[in-house]
Design a protein around this ligand. Sequence first.
Ligand SMILES: [Zn+2]
Length: 256
Amino acid sequence: MIVDTHCHLDDHRYDEDLETVLQRAREKGVKRFIIPGADPRTLERAVEIAQKHEDVYFAVGVHPYDMEHYDREYLESFVDHPKCVAIGECGLDYYRLPEDPSEAEAEKVRQKEVFVDQIEWAKALKKPLIVHIREASADSLALLEEHAGEEGGVLHCYNADATLLKLAKRNFYYGIGGVLTFKNARKLVNVFPQIPQEKLLIETDAPYLTPHPFRGKRNEPAYCTYVAEKMCELSGLSREQMETLTTTNVQRLFSI
Ligand SMILES: [Zn+2]
């Protein structure tokens, strides 16, 4: 079986057909789903989905794009839920910083505060982190090295920055998604063999980052199979070996 360790099923793009989306995934062998907490405004929806479906789990956190909605007290009311498996998706994203240099600096400072708060929170709860890093590898690495607990977590891997591989020793895993299948994904394809196999996870980031050959369309967990195929091609593992490997990794990290 495959676990989609990162799919935003609480996104409004699944409002109409979530049941069908889940069913299509299960038929393809994708049997567990983790909804990262990105935007607190849809967290209740994530919990509702996880309560309804035995195979769906969720995490609690705030994505850097939604950090104006960061309210630790509100989020705290969700972490004791039995289906809450992690803190995140939190992290740093310098891709869309304001043009004005002082505004950009202030934005970075604020992002770092919110990120550190969530790292420390995960450490106190002894939960793993789900981390988003985009064009912010050096700062993210420094903050995680300084603050992260033994539980570690998972990094979204689309930046494919080899410097982040250092975090494997701190119990961080690497979530591989649709980017690996892109024709121009040379960077990730090159980094991929350097990732320790016992730290590989599969994710879609659905509804975003749809793998080839559906790039540009809405992504969904069933497409994990395209990611898995590409991972097999690059690693030489059979599909069965890849599924066993990544599912064992999921169980070790998220205890599910
Ligand atoms: Zn995400």
